[in-house]
Design a protein around this ligand. Structure first.
Ligand code: ATP
Ligand code: MG
Length: 443
């Protein structure tokens, strides 16, 4: 079978072959090309040592030279070229503790995680498929290369990668591989948070974020995110819900666009419900104040996974306000825009919508029209250019000082009070009115 490969990749393979080495495109790029998906990157595996690779190409970077990886630069693109290797045990980082180079392509393919990731291709040989990766690709199966338990012992991250690939490709996990995952899931506690974060993020951003349920069934979330098990075990019985908190969360995840902040927010938005749950004598369950608790718990999860501050801040805020605790009025929407800021506010609307779509039809009939109204107010507020933040206020600190107020903390508080007035009545955003209001309010 001939496969279409980029000219740069063909050039690298050809150059290595002409110099007497073997070279193949390998792993994810072969898998994705066969599936008709666009590969994220093209990796090349070769019998040449890093030193030999560096001698053949003009521009190279020592990306992971100890592990056999050299990046070859062609125009603006970089291609990782890695020497055939056999891995020792993996340590915390992305790379195994020790690697041994080998002359055998088969040995290199054997160290790879799943059959669908263990195929190689060169225009000269066609596809090299020693572990029936093609068959699994056709059947839609994630199967470990060789003995699953051994492979998960070498590197426990593969346990999570199995679910990640199944979510990205819509594949099922083969039975023995699944059984080994169940048995070995606890070993994920040995893996660095950064590596877990990267795989979880890919899982959530995939076309099947709801496959997280597989991770729960296989005992994975119990190790890496026990809060998810709590929501799976928490029933909801009230006018708006007929699913458990966990099932509602999965439905909400499917209802939201594949965006990093949105998917993480939907995953975590109801993490506080197990704690907030109270039952009426008639069996109805309420979750008063759960958004605040969820925000605290979300913060813990995002921090624990070593995410960046933008993710921490964005997800925490969106979770905190996911119930839209503002009046459905223009003033309420201006207040919400102020609390969330220009970037997060439109995302909050998507969060609210996905949350509603995760509920029963009664809830959807109640909330979705409200959201239409909120969106309409939002459009009008932007059209009118209403002030929704301190920077748009008709007065600033300097104005107040010029009017005789003393600099200091009280000044900030007065500006905040001016803003609250303007959020309610945008027509009051004039210097004249606000200076008078500030003078009164400061007394
Ligand atoms: P994508 O880049 O789309 O996330 P990928 O399959 O390319 O998917 P990478 O993490 O880029 O995944 O790894 C490239 C290849 O290296 C894989 O296809 C697999 O053959 C091998 N590989 C990566 N990580 C591991 C691992 N932890 N254990 C075994 N093999 C691995
Ligand atoms: Mg890749």
């Amino acid at each position: 079978m001939r496969m279409k490969i980029p000219a740069h990749v063909a050039f690298i393979i050809d150059t290595l072959e002409k110099a007497g080495f073997e070279a193949y495109a390998v792993g994810g790029c072969v898998r994705d090309t066969i599936l008709g998906r666009k590969p994220g990157d093209w990796d090349i595996t070769t019998s040449a040592t890093p030193k030999q690779v560096k001698q053949l190409f003009q521009r190279t970077v020592d990306t992971g030279i100890k592990h056999g990886t050299v990046t070859v630069l062609l125009k603006q693109c970089g291609y990782e070229v890695t020497t055939y290797r056999v891995d020792g045990e993996y340590e915390d980082g992305r790379h195994p503790k020790e690697v041994v180079f080998t002359a055998s392509l088969t040995e290199d393919l054997k160290r790879r995680d799943f059959t669908i990731n263990a195929m190689a291709y060169s225009p000269k040989t066609g596809i090299i498929d020693e572990f029936r990766g093609m068959e699994d690709l056709q059947k839609g199966i994630i199967r470990a290369v060789g003995e699953a338990k051994e492979r998960f012992t070498e590197d426990a991250l593969r346990i999570l990668r199995a679910v990640r690939f199944s979510a990205q490709l819509g594949f099922v996990i083969e039975e023995k591989t699944g059984a080994a995952i169940r048995e070995m899931a606890q070993r994920l506690s040995l893996i660095s948070k950064e590596r877990i974060q990267a795989e979880l993020d890919k899982l959530l951003l995939s076309s099947h974020p709801e496959y997280l349920k597989r991770a729960w069934e296989l005992g994975i979330t119990a190790v890496i995110m026990p809060g998810f098990d709590r929501i799976m075990e928490t029933p909801q019985r009230n006018r708006y819900h007929d699913l458990s908190v966990g099932e509602h969360t999965l439905k909400a995840l499917q209802s939201v666009r594949a965006d990093h902040l949105l998917r993480w927010t939907m995953l975590l938005h109801d993490f506080g419900k197990p704690q907030a749950s109270i039952m009426d004598p008639d069996g109805t369950i309420h979750f008063y104040g759960h958004a605040k608790i969820s925000a605290e718990l979300a913060k813990g999860v995002i921090r624990g996974l070593k995410f960046d501050n933008a993710t921490l801040d964005g997800v925490t805020k969106l979770v905190y306000y996911h119930d839209f605790p503002f009046p459905v009025s223009k003033a309420g929407v201006r207040k919400a825009m102020n609390r969330l800021g220009d970037e997060l506010f439109p995302l909050l609307l998507e969060v609210c919508e996905a949350d509603s779509r995760g509920k029963n039809s009664y809830a959807q009939e109640t909330y979705l029209p409200k959201l239409v109204t909120i969106r309409e107010y939002y459009r009008k507020i932007r059209e009118a250019g209403d002030c929704t933040s301190l920077k748009d206020l008709a007065v600033n600190g300097r104005d107040l000082i010029e009017a005789g107020m003393k600099p200091g903390r009280e000044l900030g508080a007065v500006l905040e009070r001016c803003l609250e007035v303007v959020l309610d009545c945008p027509e009051k955003n004039t210097k004249e009115y606000l200076l008078e209001f500030a003078a009164e309010s400061a007394e």
